[in-house]
Design a protein around this ligand. Structure first.
Ligand code: BMA
Length: 281
């Protein structure tokens, strides 16, 4: 394993379970599993949880959402026809059922909400096209397999830290004021691009409605292991764990090489969305 980065984290039966992406020396990635009693100290299982299937080259950037009594895992799967999002399910993180691809090519960063809206599951996703580059969309599904009613809800904003690309990061977290979404934004410079994290708040009943987007980023590459590594100047999140004391543990990959964790007060992140907003699109 060359790297351990871009990991999803959930709490399952008194343990923090981390699904991490790891580059092999082939240049392709697998998804490994690590466990922790406290959310800070993790030990990896010897065997990976997911390796590329016969028609895939690489599996990357997992997200995990608990839905009723099981976990839905979404991840980028590099196929012959481009990068697509695949869905897998597990109840216990030892047996995993691969369900299907749930997008066409040129999609990434699919995060599923833990609740239904009007009888449908919802996800934030990030297709890419020339006319609507790297924006956040929402889609709905009756069964997690078939998705539709897609609409664009948030765009990169010009002359802003996220002006080049945005994408969903951690699966949305329920708060009293709305669903908090921690997303990544990319800014292009003469020295390459910089990946940072920001926050947006979605209406509790109608998550297509973006109530507010924080104007400033909440995290940028600053530590040496975020500035230098496999890909320079990257902080990239795939998971965050809300705690009962009102804090949230945010997990992020540093420079596509290592995993980092930090804590924030949820109410502060919500306030940033509501008080210092930038337009959603
Ligand atoms: C994105 C994805 C992420 C990665 C980021 C920065 O396009 O490939 O996995 O962390 O670029 O390299």
């Amino acid at each position: 394993m060359e790297t351990v980065h871009n990991a999803a984290v959930v709490k399952h039966e008194n343990e923090y379970i981390m699904l991490f992406r790891s580059h092999l020396r082939t240049g392709r990635s697998i998804i490994g599993l690590a466990r922790s009693p406290d959310g800070f100290h993790f030990t990896a299982d010897p065997q990976p949880l997911l390796v590329p299937a016969a028609d895939e080259f690489s599996v990357e950037d997992p997200r995990v959402t608990r839905i009723e009594d099981e976990y839905a895992i979404t991840y980028s799967a590099y196929s012959r026809n481009g990068v697509r999002i695949a869905l897998a399910k597990t109840k216990d993180f030892s047996r995993v059922e691969r369900v299907s691809f749930i997008t066409q090519a040129d999609y990434r960063n699919v995060v599923i909400f833990p609740e239904k809206f009007g009888g449908l599951y919802a996800r934030l996703d990030r297709p890419h096209s020339e006319i609507a580059p790297w924006s956040i969309w929402i889609s709905y599904s009756p069964d997690l397999r078939f998705w539709g009613e897609s609409q664009l809800i948030m765009k990169p904003v010009q002359y802003h830290w996220d002006e080049m690309k945005i994408g969903p990061g951690a699966p949305p977290i329920r708060t009293n004021e709305g669903w908090l979404s921690i997303y990544h934004g990319v800014f292009q410079t003469m020295d390459g691009s910089i990946y940072r994290l920001g926050v947006a708040l979605h209406d509790l009943q109608d998550p297509a409605k973006v109530i507010g987007v924080g104007d400033s980023w909440i995290l940028q590459p600053e530590d040496p292991w975020e500035i230098t590594g496999y890909v320079h100047n990257v902080v990239f999140t795939c998971g965050a764990v809300p705690e009962s004391d009102g804090t949230v543990k945010i997990y992020w990959g540093g420079a596509d090489t290592v995993m980092c964790v930090g804590q924030a007060v949820l109410a502060d992140l919500v306030a940033l969305c509501l008080d210092h907003g930038r337009p959603a699109k």
